[in-house]
Write a protein that binds this ligand. Structure first.
Ligand SMILES: Cc1cc2nc3c(=O)[nH]c(=O)nc-3n(C[C@H](O)[C@H](O)[C@H](O)COP(=O)(O)OP(=O)(O)OC[C@H]3O[C@@H](n4cnc5c(N)ncnc54)[C@H](O)[C@@H]3O)c2cc1C
Length: 448
């Protein structure tokens, strides 16, 4: 391996930490790594939905993590990337040289439904707790949870609605109306009929009303205004936020600021720069996927450093855990042509931590001393998972991309639909024949 090959990682979230763990596990000799993050703590955002209901905030001190992994930690951010001289300029004005740079800076979450409150994670825990208290006291009685059309990965809204209803029943609140309004024809439609109907059952068991197939427009004076003249009364509306990436001079950015890359996570148009996580062009923003991307990027970086390693192409698989207020439900997207995703109350991977990072999951479980229960030999061991596991996973990822394309085209969003076809193609496959024709039709629709 090249002596002193300098790796710089920008970010202190899921993708950055997974990349550190992957580099340390796969390297042939010690690789100098410097990690820059303006936030001093890592926080598992996926668990923030449980915090207003008494769940613990799960955090990790970045300086400590870096010290444990022989990484230089710099509490600073990347302000610009200078590809030619291979340097980043930091927010504090320092210049840092890199042989390889991993951009893992995440995305910004902001409201896209005027008048509503976005739930963006940790930043909204306090506000959401106040809303619960007002509901319990009866100061308000009708709350709607809304999914704007831009948002395709809807898991947190189902969690928030179910947790709210369960909490109210336990806290002894009187008659309250909790409704979820989503553009999807059924909850988490893209994961298939089995998941949708189970989530609908869980909602019904908790008395949560469901308005599916409804596009939301704005919340105004107690009315949630929707497409096609529909309206719902509500005292408050909590919505999922839209994502975008702030401008980073020197980095080519596309729609909403997302960063383009190839299937090995190399940034389009920049040498020696990789990207992973929410800031990538990949349309589903999910921690498990961020970690899988980081694994691929880490392998590519080590190969660039001279290691004898072949980065696996990205073949993403969705693994999600749905917090319901009762038993959690574990989801693994195995969408083949005729099969749905798997959804079960038994963990489908180990440790059953909310973000299924191949290395970060086990690391966090050990760090937070989560109990290791009797092990089921049928469980996937995430620490042993290869990002490119097998052909079935490849097929499942492709099916998922095509399903999302269909959904966007049905909603008239041909630009996004074409993006999904790009996802399918980047999965290293040729498009199924019928989609070649559809791509032409959708391109024509965009051109008009
Ligand atoms: C409410 C909620 C629920 C969720 N539920 C789930 C779930 O159930 N399962 C799941 O898998 N995922 C879930 N997610 C998504 C998951 O949290 C994200 O997909 C994941 O955190 C993305 O990882 P990342 O490393 O790309 O970004 P992040 O984890 O957001 O980390 C970005 C890091 O970059 C740093 N940074 C920002 N700008 C700069 C800069 N200029 N220079 C250097 N560093 C910078 C930030 O400080 C931060 O440390 C949820 C998210 C939210 C908000």
């Amino acid at each position: 391996m090249a002596d002193g090959f300098q790796v710089v990682i920008a970010g202190g979230g899921v993708a950055a930490l997974e990349a550190v763990l992957a580099i340390r596990a796969l390297e042939e000799s010690p690789t100098p790594i410097e990690l820059l993050s303006p936030s001093r703590d890592f926080r598992l955002q996926a668990l923030s939905v449980a915090e207003p209901f008494g769940g613990d905030a799960r955090t990790l001190d970045l300086a400590g993590f870096c010290a444990d992994h022989d990484v230089v930690y710099r509490p600073d951010g990347v302000a610009e990337v200078w590809g030619g001289p291979q340097r980043v300029l930091t927010d504090r004005g320092d210049e840092i040289f890199y042989d390889a740079l991993l951009m893992a800076t995440g995305a910004r979450r902001a409201s896209v439904l005027p008048g509503s409150h976005p739930f963006r994670g940790a930043a909204d825990v306090g506000w959401f707790g106040d809303l619960l208290e007002r509901l319990r006291r009866g100061a308000i009685s009708e709350v709607a949870f809304a999914v704007p059309r831009q948002v395709k990965w809807t898991l947190p809204i189902w969690e928030l609605a179910m947790l709210t209803a369960t909490w109210l029943a336990e806290a002894g609140g009187g008659e309250r109306k909790i409704t979820v309004v989503t553009h999807e024809p059924a909850p988490m439609e893209v994961l298939g009929e089995a998941v949708s109907s189970r989530v609908a059952e869980l909602l019904a068991e908790r008395g949560v009303e469901l308005e599916a197939g409804v596009g939301v427009v704005r919340f105004d004076q107690g009315r949630l205004v929707c497409e096609r003249g529909k309206e719902f009364r509500a005292d408050e509306v909590v919505a999922l936020p839209g994502l975008s990436v702030p401008e980073i001079p020197g980095v080519p950015q596309g729609r909403y600021g997302f960063i383009g890359c190839d299937a090995e996570m190399r940034v389009d148009g920049l040498d020696r720069v990789w990207v992973a996580g929410d800031s990538t062009w990949f349309p589903i923003k999910q921690g498990g996927l961020a970690a899988q991307q980081a694994e691929v990027a880490a392998a590519g970086i080590l190969r660039a450093a001279g290691a004898d390693i072949e980065p696996p192409p990205l073949r993403p698989v969705l693994r999600g855990a749905l917090i319901t207020g009762g038993q959690p439900q574990f989801i693994r997207a195995e969408i083949g042509a005729d099969s749905d995703a798997v959804l079960t109350t038994s963990p489908l991977w180990w440790p059953p931590i909310k973000v299924a990072g191949p290395r970060l999951g086990p690391y966090l479980a050990a760090h937070w001393s989560l109990e290791r229960e009797e092990e089921d030999p049928g469980l996937e061991q995430t620490e042993d998972l290869e990002p490119a596991a097998d052909e079935r996973e490849h097929e499942a990822a492709l099916r998922l991309a095509l399903d999302f394309a269909e959904i966007d085209a049905r909603d008239g969003d041909y630009v996004e639909a074409l993006r999904w076809l790009e996802v399918a193609e980047r999965l290293n496959v040729t498009l199924p024949a019928e989609y070649v024709q559809r791509r032409d039709d959708w391109r024509a629709a965009v051109a008009h």
